[in-house]
Design a protein around this ligand. Structure first.
Ligand SMILES: [Zn+2]
Length: 153
């Protein structure tokens, strides 16, 4: 049964979790440290104590070596745009088009689905995390273009 459970947890559903609607502050306790850090505008990701692999979203074990020696680590907050698209049609109430939906690759390696705000970004562009405030819920990480790595730290 454990193998069945692990198989379920390893499904590639990360892209579904990083949205305004799927991230719940009081949902799966595996994610609680992430949300507690989010209230301080700190982006936490997991790191395996045995093989050093970073992973996001949170899981109870390492996706590389299956160790359960999982630590939380503060991500540096910079990333590279892996994929991006502009939504030009009203699909979701509260999200007024046009807006950018992107997969960004954190400098630590994991990718997450997010929005690009405060400008446009193309594949390969550098971005950095900023936080979208929400009423009654922790802020969510979104990203903005990093115009110059030397000029904006
Ligand atoms: Zn590991």
């Amino acid at each position: 049964m454990e193998l069945v459970g692990r198989h379920f947890l390893r499904r590639p559903r990360w892209y579904l979790l990083v949205t305004e609607f799927d991230w719940q502050a009081d949902g799966d306790p595996t994610h609680r440290p992430f949300w507690e850090a989010a209230t301080r505008r700190t982006l936490l990701i997991q790191q395996c104590a045995d093989c050093d692999q970073y992973q996001f979203y949170a899981r109870p074990f390492c996706i590389r070596c299956e160790s359960d020696a999982i630590l939380w680590s503060t991500a540096c907050g910079t990333a590279t745009v892996y994929s991006v698209t502009t939504v030009r049609k009203q699909w979701v109430p509260g999200f007024t088009p046009p807006y950018s939906v992107a997969i960004v690759e954190l400098d630590e390696g994991p990718r997450l689905l997010t929005n690009i705000i405060n400008g446009d970004a193309s594949i390969g562009d550098r971005v950095r995390v900023v936080w979208r405030e929400r009423t009654g819920l922790p802020p969510v990480p979104v990203f903005e273009p990093l115009k110059s790595e030397l000029g904006e730290a």
